[in-house]
Each structure stands twice: as C-alpha cells, then as structure tokens.
Design a binder for this molecule. Structure first.
Ligand code: KIV
Length: 261
C-alpha cells in the first residue's frame, strides 16, 4: 500500500481536498485509524495528558515520544506519521534540535512537529535543509500554557492576530511543509489558509483550514468532562467501555464467563 507523502498533502491543498489528521499513541489504534483512511497520524505530546494523566504537556520527554512513535509506526502502513518535539527539546539550540529530531525519525516518524512561529524559523530552516520535514504549530501552543495564562483562544486582538499571521508566514518561508492552527478565530484561519501555499491544519480554528486534527480520545468521547466548543465526539466511548467492563465483572462474578465446557 502506498504511504501518504508530503507531496500528496500539498497536492490535496492544491485540489481543495480536506486533509484528515488524528493523534495516535499505540500500534492497535494506528492499525484501526490507518484502515479508516486518516491521512496523518500525530504522536502528539498530548499523550502527557490523555495517556500519562499529567496536567500539561510539559513533562513529556523525547524518549516518551520516541517510544510511542515506534508503536504507531509498527501499526500504520499508509498514513503519514508526525512526531511532536517535546518541550525544550528544540528551543535551546539548533544542533540539539537536529539530534532530537533525528531520534524521532529513526523511531519511525516521517516528519516532526514543533510549536512556535518566527522565533523558531531558523530551527525549522536548519531541520528542513538537512532533510527533516517540519510541521509548524501556531496560535494556542500548549507548551506555552503558562506564558499564555491558560488554554485560551489566541488572535483575538489586532496585535495578536498580526503576530500569528506573521508566525505562519515565517514558518512557510523557513521551509515548513504544513502548519497547525490551534484555537484561533475562523476569520484568521481563513486569512492564513489563503495566504500560505502550504496546508493549514486546524483544531478549534473553523472550517476554512485545509485540514482538521483532533485528539483521538476526545473524538471517541473517552473524557466526557472535556467539552471545548470546537469538539465533536463521534462515540460515547467512556460509557460504552464502562458498560462492557461492568458486564465482564458481573459475568465473572456470576460464573457466566468463562462458560462451562
Ligand atoms: O499534541 C497534540 O496532540 C497536538 C494536537 C492537538 C494538534 O499538538
């Protein structure tokens, strides 16, 4: 089966075909999501929150992402695999960013994603020049949660809007092949999508983006308390899994399972 390459993603933008992206953290989900036709699987640092149970993404390590990338790469055959670069694994210096990105590619990623715009442009340029494809991420950048005073929509003032637009343009100029727009007003996402040649992939950024991304456990309704306005849950996952496990507990206790020979 032919796997999705960066050129395919860029052709999708040219043909106005929406790009689909989901987070994925293990081989079993990778196999299912791959078969469902998702274009991009992201080993997101959200794994710190949804898999590891941490409050933020800040404690996720490069080894965590590499470990989950190896699992996803074993399960997926078709999707493009992007691995997130965790907090402070690319911000110090370019050489360190290169060494860390290389570890994620060796683990099975086809490209890396990093947060930040203009200040990250030289790092993005250096990575792309040595053959590491980079997806950018602007707007709400969760690794800056404390600097942003929480998880809130960005780009609401003229100044912040201008900065995010400049950030996205700086990433494109530096060689990024796509950019995630997280929690920005729809009109800003539309403007950026129109200005850039590379695809924009939105989360909480409205329908004008070239593609959409969601955290897989959010889409499946694993955490009913998490209800951001942008989220659509496609399954009542938490309730269904709980019901199944309750049935198992009851059947074992009642000696219904396993059945008598
Ligand atoms: O880490 C992640 O899962 C992400 C997506 C929400 C875009 O960056």
């Amino acid at each position: 089966m032919k796997s999705i390459r960066i050129r395919d993603l860029q052709e999708k933008k040219a043909k106005s075909e929406p790009i689909t992206m989901l987070t994925c953290y293990d081989a079993m989900f990778a196999k299912i999501l791959d078969s469902s036709g998702v274009d991009i699987l992201l080993i997101g640092d959200t794994l710190g929150m949804v898999v590891q149970g941490q409050e933020t993404t800040l404690g996720v390590t490069l080894e965590d992402i590499a470990y989950h990338t190896r699992m996803v790469a074993r399960g997926a055959q078709r999707a493009h695999i992007v691995a997130d670069m965790p907090f402070m694994t690319y911000q110090h210096d370019i050489k360190e960013a290169m060494q860390n990105a290389a570890k994620l590619l060796v683990a099975g990623a086809h490209s890396v994603k990093l947060e930040g715009g203009t200040p990250m442009a030289s790092t993005v340029k250096a990575l792309t020049e040595v053959g590491v494809p980079v997806m950018g991420h602007v707007g709400l950048t969760p690794q800056s949660v404390h600097a942003l005073s929480g998880y809130r929509t960005q780009g609401k003032t003229d100044e912040s809007r201008k900065r995010i637009l400049e950030d996205a343009m700086a990433l494109e100029a530096a060689g990024a092949y796509a950019v995630v727009l997280e929690c920005v007003p729809e009109s800003l996402a539309q403007e950026i999508t129109r200005m850039l040649q590379i695809p924009t992939i939105g989360i909480g950024a409205g329908p004008a983006c070239d593609g959409q991304v969601l955290v897989i456990y959010d889409l499946l309704g694993f955490n009913p308390e998490f209800k951001p306005k942008y989220l659509k849950t496609y399954l009542n996952g938490a309730a269904l899994i709980q019901q199944a496990c309750e049935k198992y507990v009851t059947e074992v206790r009642q000696r219904v399972f396993p059945p008598m020979e």
